[in-house]
Design a protein around this ligand. Structure first.
Ligand SMILES: [Zn+2]
Length: 91
């Protein structure tokens, strides 16, 4: 198996924000994928509480948590993630 410096973050329910090391270890592709995932798995209101627009799980779903973890590891704030989701939703 070839060595790589890419960060690997599994989308598990136990996942929390972790230190992924220097931002340079995250490739732009990872960050863009996480930003798109955060948008795809954004919240929607439901009678029993917020739900994921994509998968219908209680929000934040496992994918939304994974995306947030990657973006936070890349130095994004909650406000920047929310702004990114808003921008993608309006575009
Ligand atoms: Zn989801």
């Amino acid at each position: 198996m070839r060595a790589t410096n890419r960060a690997v973050v599994a989308p598990t329910p136990e996942l929390d924000v972790v230190d992924l090391g220097p931002t340079s270890s995250l490739m732009e592709f990872d960050i863009d994928l996480a930003a798109r995932t955060a948008w795809i798995h954004r919240t929607m209101p439901a009678p029993d509480g917020p739900r994921c627009l994509s998968c219908g799980a209680a929000h934040p779903c496992r994918w939304a948590r994974w995306a947030r973890c990657v973006l936070m590891g890349a130095g994004w704030s909650d406000a920047e993630i929310a702004t990114e989701i808003d921008l993608r939703s309006s575009g």
